[in-house]
Every structure is written in C-alpha cells, then in structure tokens.
Design a protein around this ligand. Structure first.
Ligand SMILES: [Fe+2]
Length: 274
C-alpha cells in the first residue's frame, strides 16, 4: 500500500495527523452465497486483488500510529455477509469513520449478481446504505466528528446527488463556525481532475454525454445538488474536500475555488493538519 503524505494549513492550535483510505472494494463471498454469487465475486476479485493485503496494512498502520482513519467509500464492492463481516471487524479494530460509496448500495438478490441489479430509486439505495451502516455500526450517510478544533464531516454523495436533509445537516455543522474537512465519495468537479472528471459531482455534461445512457442519467445533477456544490465551493469554513471514486490519486491544492484531495486504490494518505 502506497503512503502519500500531505499537509493542510487550517491554523489549528496544535498540529495533528489523520489518515484517509478509499475504494478497497472487498469482493469476498462464502457459503452463505449461492454458486452464482460466488462466481461473480471471484470474477470481481480479479480487479481488486490488492484488497485483503491493503486492509491488513491499514489495520496495522492505524494500530502503530493511533491516527484517526477516514474512509471515503467503496469499502465493499457489493453486499455479501462475508464482506460485511470483514468490514465490521476492520471498523471495530480501527475506529474507521466512513462516507458511503456507490458500491455500498450494490445489493442483489441472493441467487445472482448482475450489473443491472443496482437500486434505481433513492429509497432502495438508502435502504441498502442503512443495511451497511447497521452492519458496520456507523452512519455512512452523514456524520461529524470534532478533532483538534476541526469538524470532520462525512456526507453521502454516492449517486452523484446530495439531498436536502444532508444539506441541512451540513449547514448546522457550519453554524458552529469551526473549520471543516468534508469527506465524500465522489469529488467535486474541477478541471484539474483531468480525464477522470467524468466521475465527478456537478461535472459539465460534455464530460459524460458519450457514456452509457444509465451513466448519463446518474451523473446529471439535479438543481439542488448544483446549489450544494456551489455552496461547498464558496463556504469559507470548508477547507478541503477529501474523496475517492476515481481510483486515481489527485491533489488540487491552491489551484481552484475548492481545495481537494482524491485518494486512489491501495493508498493511505497521511495528512498533517497545521
Ligand atoms: Fe470505487
């Protein structure tokens, strides 16, 4: 697992360090799954073979350093009892705090897995996220933890949308007046993301208009999501957006309206706040 070190200047009284991981994509199955699901899991695991070793590395690194750990989603590739068990054990061992990724709601009937089985409605998506949150023992749609005078906020944008309820929660945290580090699975659009901008929130349509129609539908933001993105970009308190989803390490610091760190697969970011 690659370790990347960054420093964020927030003007805190006493410097401290935290860790970020993203997109582990656990692809495990066991005897609770049908043969078809196990075959599917084995197929997916070829893309994410690093996952078991990466989790062990991250677990040891947290134990060794004692630094708080944030995960910007896609801890699971899809929901199976074995993936949930491993994720829960990791969360218990590390105290991991997490924002939901789009793969946290990939829940399929037990006799099969298919790329067509992704929930299509907000209600179905949120029901899957609630199941994962219960299994992990942590809220993956919205949470706030204060560390060293900084509010660490995890917010769900896993389907390229942010809803009104979460926006209200974010504004309540802002009302406290402390600096905020905002963790979301999908990064905000920035021209500095490069070709992966097609996977960003509030991206101009030309980035994804040639994609599959399902992707075009999913990635076209609603009006409220556009407003929330503008709010985040213009908030004097939101100092950095930390995300994943693109599977590529990208640093947008001092380049755009909003500083961002995007963490790729098989990477730990070790971030010093000064
Ligand atoms: Fe991912």
């Amino acid at each position: 697992m690659e370790i990347i070190r960054n420093t964020l200047k927030l003007g805190v009284e006493k410097p401290f360090v935290f860790l970020q991981i993203s997109d582990i994509h656990l692809s495990e199955s066991d005897e609770n799954d049908s043969e078809r699901r196990r075959e599917f899991a084995a197929d997916r695991k070829r893309y994410f073979a690093f996952a078991p070793e990466a989790l062990e590395f991250a677990r040891d690194y947290v134990k060794k350093t004692g630094y708080p750990l944030f995960n910007t989603g896609d801890m699971l590739d899809f929901i199976t009892p074995e993936n949930l068990r491993i994720a829960r054990e990791f969360a218990d061992d590390t105290g991991m705090i997490m924002a939901a990724g789009n793969h946290e709601y990939w829940r399929c009937p037990n006799d099969r897995f298919s790329y067509d089985d992704v929930p299509e409605t907000y209600a179905a998506k949120n029901a899957s996220l609630a199941e994962v949150a219960d299994a992990l023992g942590t809220d993956i749609r919205f949470s706030c933890r204060e560390i060293g005078g900084v509010n660490f906020v995890c917010m769900d944008d896993s389907d390229y949308h942010i809803d009104a309820e979460l926006f209200e929660k974010l504004k309540k945290v802002e009302a406290e007046g402390k600096p905020i580090l905002l963790f979301m699975h999908i990064p905000l659009y920035s021209a500095h993301i490069g070709s992966e901008a097609k996977f960003s929130l509030n991206a101009p349509a030309q980035y994804f208009e040639n994609c599959h129609p399902v992707d075009v539908f999913e990635r076209t933001p609603d009006e409220l999501t556009c407003q929330i993105c503008d709010h985040i970009r213009n908030s004097p308190l939101i100092k950095c957006v930390l995300s994943g989803h693109t599977h590529v390490n990208t640093e947008i610091l001092g380049l755009d309206a909003q500083d961002q760190l995007i963490t790729g697969c098989n990477t730990i970011r070790e971030i010093t706040v000064i």
